[in-house]
Design a protein around this ligand. Structure first.
Ligand SMILES: [Zn+2]
Length: 376
């Protein structure tokens, strides 16, 4: 990975150049999504034998000018394991899990954060601001410490104590905000504007998405028929799909991309059932799957487009089914995940019941966050 010309950020819709400290916000002129253009490999290729571990083996396909700016904790290259006992309990022979929680801070968020913080360091950001229900906050706090950049993390007042403790442990300031998840985001954006800080905004940040594409690079060689994951903001869903498209051989058959949301907050599922192209307003109810509790997902249109393109399915899961799925996976396979991740486990059961997934199909369940985050 050599020094290259710097990436440039522009509105995907109207072409307006965007200041990089605001790259996670919609275009100020037309509210379109911000994209980055960069001289990178279109077909990602892991450098075997390179002197780096994890996802930076794909560095030539990632948008960073200078490899010396990489801020890494060894993220990526998560294991794929077979689930024989859980599969047998549900009549499935070819079900696997990708253990995305085996990551420096215990969730898949580290894939995106390593890109965002590396690029923030490259442009000389003096302070990082993020809003998060927990996992992205813990991830940004850790990578900010690693980079030597101060961070302020805005969290919902009711976020799990273990997650808040994890954020504070690496020295970030934690600001608790009352009210809905959107209020937390608004407070973070306002603070970033007034302090001229770098707003991480992982769900809308194109660098974060570039990092989550490495999930797709890793999955491409496995030839799964189905991929199921929990979706809140959908950063892994969108980035993972784009990464798969980049990494797959020409004319390869890509897996169907399915998603699960908690019944208490399922704007994508509601839109999908009604055949709508954008998320619909919902009445939100409390759920234990806090990581997926996003009422107005900024990438909703892209998520619905991917569901259509990949012939995927979207299901909502009640909290009691989430708890049952977590318990069953833990007791049958020794894998304990947080409730938001157990959504995907319950989601496969639901699609099996609906005959969208058949018992002989090759299925990948994406386990995004560790059970240590939310003790059972
Ligand atoms: Zn625009």
């Amino acid at each position: 990975m050599a020094v290259r010309p710097p990436p440039t950020a522009r509105c995907d819709r109207c072409g307006r150049p965007i200041d990089e400290v605001q790259v996670a916000l919609p275009c100020p002129d037309c509210a379109g999504p911000v994209g980055i253009s960069f001289d990178s490999e279109t077909r990602p290729n892991a450098r075997r034998g390179a002197r780096v571990d994890g996802l930076w083996r794909y560095g030539a396909a990632l948008p960073l000018r200078d490899p010396n700016d990489v801020v890494s904790l060894g993220e990526g290259d998560t294991p794929v394991v077979r689930l024989p006992r859980w599969g047998a309990a549900h009549g499935m022979r070819n079900v696997f899990a990708k253990l995305e929680y085996i990551a420096p801070t215990g969730s898949f968020k580290d894939r995106g954060t390593t890109l965002v913080v590396s690029r923030a360091r490259e442009i000389g950001a003096r302070e990082l601001i993020e809003d998060s229900s927990g996992n992205a906050g813990a991830s940004v706090a850790a990578y900010a410490a690693r980079a030597g950049i101060p961070a302020i993390i805005f969290v919902p007042a009711g976020a799990p104590a273990a997650k808040i403790a994890q954020i504070a442990a690496t020295g970030a300031d934690v600001v608790r905000v009352e009210g809905p998840r959107e209020a937390v985001r608004d407070a973070a954006i306002e603070a970033a504007r007034s302090r001229n800080a770098y707003y991480v905004g992982h769900n809308g940040n194109p660098y974060f998405e570039a990092g989550t594409q490495t999930f797709g690079f890793e999955v491409a060689r496995w030839h799964f028929g189905h991929v199921m994951m929990p979706v809140g903001g959908g950063s892994l869903f969108v980035g993972g799909w784009r990464g798969l498209q980049r990494a797959a051989a020409p004319r390869a058959i890509l897996p169907r991309f399915h998603l699960a949301q908690p019944t208490g907050c399922a704007p994508i599922v509601a839109a999908w059932r009604r055949g709508m192209g954008r998320p619909v307003p919902i009445e939100r109810h409390p759920t234990i799957a806090g990581g997926a509790e996003i009422e107005h997902p900024a990438r909703g249109v892209e998520i619905l487009r991917i569901l259509t393109a990949s012939h995927g399915g979207a299901v909502d899961i009640h909290d009691d089914a989430i708890v049952a799925a977590r318990h069953e996976l833990a007791t049958l396979e020794g894998i304990d995940v947080e409730p938001t991740s157990a959504l995907a486990v319950a989601g496969v059961i639901a699609l099996l019941r609906d005959a969208v997934i058949r018992s002989e199909d090759r299925v990948l369940i994406v386990l995004t966050g560790s059970g240590l985050k939310v003790p059972a």
